[in-house]
Ligand binder design. Structure first.
Ligand code: KG4
Ligand code: ZN
Length: 345
């Protein structure tokens, strides 16, 4: 009898996650250990701290996911693990755990691309295929657009040339004295402000030929707005609450306009009629609302991953079934490919 259960490991950044998934894509169990509290005081993910925390958590997380699924090692068809892109130390912990399980339980190992998995997550709770589509990943580490003809076949269309959108949210949140991760806190503050009170720049938005993003100049514009060009520390400036809220709302709207404009340009260029969005920033309420309206007006089908699968998780490791079906197993020679992968254009 064919074995029908996959154990998937995700440890690319600061979430240690394990899921058990059956061959129809049904998630039998999932366990995610977040590290937000460890990185909060640094207002960003510290790679060494992340790797050490993965090391402490990976075995308990595997145990919990196995127990909750009611499955035994004999039931597993393979061990899947995200091997790229991501932080080197974090990736190595997940891969080492996957190799150890593969060796101890005599199971094949399958390496997966974390970004392809984020896109795949959009289809986890839909019976129909989400392919072909434009895949759009907007997270703390990535802001990129892909033409996805099938789960494993894709072309890079464009992406950020500096900060990722979530990273810009996190950095502007620090300037406004908000907690990490900054996205949720900043958008809460933005609700009290007027998104049109301050018009921040929308870099690259007027060039529809380029499907790229740039958020670093926008971030600097916010800094200057708060503290002027000569003051190096915006957190030392005391602003009125209304001013803070207007800055947050103006910044958020500028990011959303850039994201929606380039997503629409990617749909135009590819002539595809479906947009699949994942990554932590896809949890942003205004972004979801405005993107929904933009897609409705253009008769584009919009699929946004459900919130728990927007952020890093292991359920999206279901992508490994696509490789297993094609016989694309890896060996214990499998290695990590750290960094931000920018596939060739
Ligand atoms: O996908 P994710 O969990 O982790 C990776 O970066 O891989 O995304 C986290 C990012 C953070 O930068 C966080 O500030 C941002 O997503 N984020 C948001 C919101 N929720 C999370 N940004 C804007 N609005 C939100 N509601
Ligand atoms: Zn991610």
């Amino acid at each position: 009898m064919a074995l029908e259960t996959l154990l998937a490991i995700e440890s690319t950044c600061d979430e240690t996650a394990v899921a058990l998934i059956d061959s129809s894509g049904r998630v039998l169990s999932e366990c995610v250990a977040t590290q937000e509290s460890l990185h909060e005081k640094f207002a960003g993910v510290v790679p060494e701290i992340a790797a050490r925390a993965h090391l402490e958590r990976i075995l308990p997380v595997i145990d919990t996911a196995m127990r909750q699924s009611g499955k035994a090692p004999e039931d597993l068809a393979a061990i899947a693990v995200a091997t790229y892109p991501g932080l080197p130390g974090s990736l190595i912990v997940g891969l080492s755990a996957a190799k150890a399980l593969a060796l101890a339980w005599d199971k094949p190992i399958v390496g997966i691309n974390h970004i392809q998995a984020h896109i795949y997550a959009c289809g986890l709770d839909t019976p129909e295929s989400i392919y072909p589509c434009v895949g759009f990943i907007v997270s703390g580490g990535h802001t990129s657009l892909y033409r996805c003809d099938d789960p494993l076949g894709w072309d890079y269309l464009g992406g950020t040339i500096d900060d990722a959108a979530g990273e810009a949210f996190d950095k502007v949140a620090v300037m406004l004295g908000l907690s990490f991760p900054g996205g949720p806190a900043l958008s809460k503050l933005a609700c009290k402000g007027d998104p049109h009170a301050i018009r921040f720049p929308r870099p690259l938005i007027d060039d529809p030929k380029r499907l790229d993003f740039s958020f670093s100049g926008l971030k600097t514009a916010v800094r200057y707005r708060i503290a002027g060009s000569s003051n190096p520390d915006p957190t030392a400036v005391v602003l009125e609450e209304k001013q803070r809220a207007d800055i947050a709302a103006g910044f958020e709207q500028a990011v959303i306009d850039c994201l929606i404009s380039k997503a629409c340009a990617a749909l135009n260029r590819t002539d595809l009629k479906r947009l699949c969005v994942g990554g932590g920033v896809a949890a942003n309420t205004k972004f979801r609302q405005q993107l929904t309206e933009a897609c409705r007006a253009r008769r584009i089908e919009l699929v946004i991953a459900k919130p728990q699968w927007c952020t890093d998780n292991a359920a999206m490791g279901a992508l490994a079934w696509e490789k297993i079906r094609r016989g694309q197993y890896d060996t214990l020679e499998l290695d990590v490919q750290p960094g931000l992968v920018r596939p060739k254009r």
